[in-house]
Ligand binder design. Structure first.
Ligand SMILES: NC(=O)c1ccc[n+]([C@@H]2O[C@H](COP(=O)([O-])OP(=O)(O)OC[C@H]3O[C@@H](n4cnc5c(N)ncnc54)[C@H](O)[C@@H]3O)[C@@H](O)[C@H]2O)c1
Length: 320
């Protein structure tokens, strides 16, 4: 199955940077375009990528030439660079630039919010070639819904039921990498109801080329991975909230008693508390099952802007 020639990664946060890195270094995709609406995220992310590559080289895992070539295949796209080739104040100049540069696959790894992802999928469907695979790294949001948004991006003359609409929705798929992407061995692939066989196979081939094993999940809230993991993390936060045990004892119990490499509170900090809350809310809203209600403490911490490792403070680790 053919791999993309020009891959676009949307979102240069912890996941987007990792995906761009494995796509370039492992899958050797000839061109990897990296877009974020916040240019400072690209700068910060590429600095982090340089450190990861330097570490790989110093440990002898990657040759200096390979690291240099991988970095050279990554091109940053910012709203300002994109709008200079189009008109000023062009909200979707970035999507047009990805299309003009011949992007034949996208992995969207922007923040875990439905409205953000729907906006991105509308813009992608409108501006990219009709054959491009449109993949999302979402942790929980419905791929079927994102495929619907892609069809809306084609304009009011195309419906979800006509052939053009079906073909557009057919190229949307979930490719759920895990954090940290260069280290974790799995990619969970999620077909939406409309995803075509060809799209599914192209997504799997891409994940394998990035060095991952593949598992498949149906398009249910949280898929297999987060339908299992997030309620566990949420329960650990509820234990802390109710005073069942201290932060240290909760994490120690799971690390030393159950053999988990990280305690659940440390893991929540690592994932990002905003992402954990967003996933838990998708589980709750998508099932209306009270067992998925997010912990009040988790919500309050996100309200306070305490997001875990990515906000520079390890929140639960510094939680009294
Ligand atoms: N953190 C994890 O452990 C993990 C694991 C698997 C999957 N995911 C999923 O990956 C995605 C990204 O997560 P993350 O942890 O990298 O988040 P993050 O907060 O580190 O990064 C998100 C990035 O998206 C950018 N962004 C937001 N809106 C955008 C837009 N409209 N256009 C372009 N860029 C935009 C932000 O500026 C930010 O750089 C989410 O869907 C998340 O659920 C996260």
């Amino acid at each position: 199955m053919a791999l993309p020639r020009v891959l676009s990664v949307i979102g240069a946060g912890q996941m987007g940077i990792g995906i761009a890195l494995v796509a370039s270094l492992r899958a050797k995709i000839p061109t990897v375009l990296l877009y974020d609406r916040d240019p400072s995220q690209i700068t910060k992310g590429l600095e982090f990528m340089d450190k990861l590559l330097a570490k790989d080289v110093s440990k002898g895992k990657t040759s200096e030439d390979d690291a240099k070539a991988a970095r050279g295949r990554i091109i940053s796209i910012t709203s300002s660079s994109a709008s200079s080739s189009t008109s000023n104040n062009d909200e979707f100049g970035w999507a047009r630039e990805l299309g003009e540069r011949g992007s034949d696959m996208v992995v969207e790894a922007a923040s875990e919010r439905l409205s953000i992802k729907e906006g991105i999928f509308r813009a992608l469907a409108k501006n990219l070639s009709k054959d491009a695979v449109l993949a999302s790294n979402t942790s929980s949001i419905s791929i079927t819904k994102l495929a619907g948004a892609a069809v809306e991006g084609l304009g009011s003359t195309i419906s979800k039921a006509n052939e053009e609409g079906k073909s557009c929705a057919g190229r949307v798929v979930g490719v759920h990498f895990f954090n940290p992407v260069p280290v974790m061995k799995l990619c969970e692939v999620i077909p939406g109801l409309q995803t075509s066989e060809v799209t599914l196979e192209r997504a799997k081939a891409f994940a394998v080329a990035c060095g991952k094993e593949v598992s498949t999940s149906k398009d249910v809230p949280g898929f297999v991975s987060n339908a299992l993991l997030m309620p566990f993390l949420n329960e650990a936060i509820m234990c802390l909230e109710s005073g069942t045990a201290t932060r240290d004892d909760i994490d120690k119990t799971l690390r030393l008693g159950m053999g988990h490499p990280m305690g659940p509170l440390q893991l929540a900090d690592f994932i990002g508390l905003d992402t954990c809350l967003a996933i838990q809310e998708t589980l709750y809203e998508g099932t209306r099952d009270s067992k998925y209600r997010p912990s009040v403490l988790l919500g309050r911490m996100v309200d306070a802007g305490w997001l875990g490792k990515k906000s520079g403070v390890v929140e639960f680790i510094s939680f009294a």
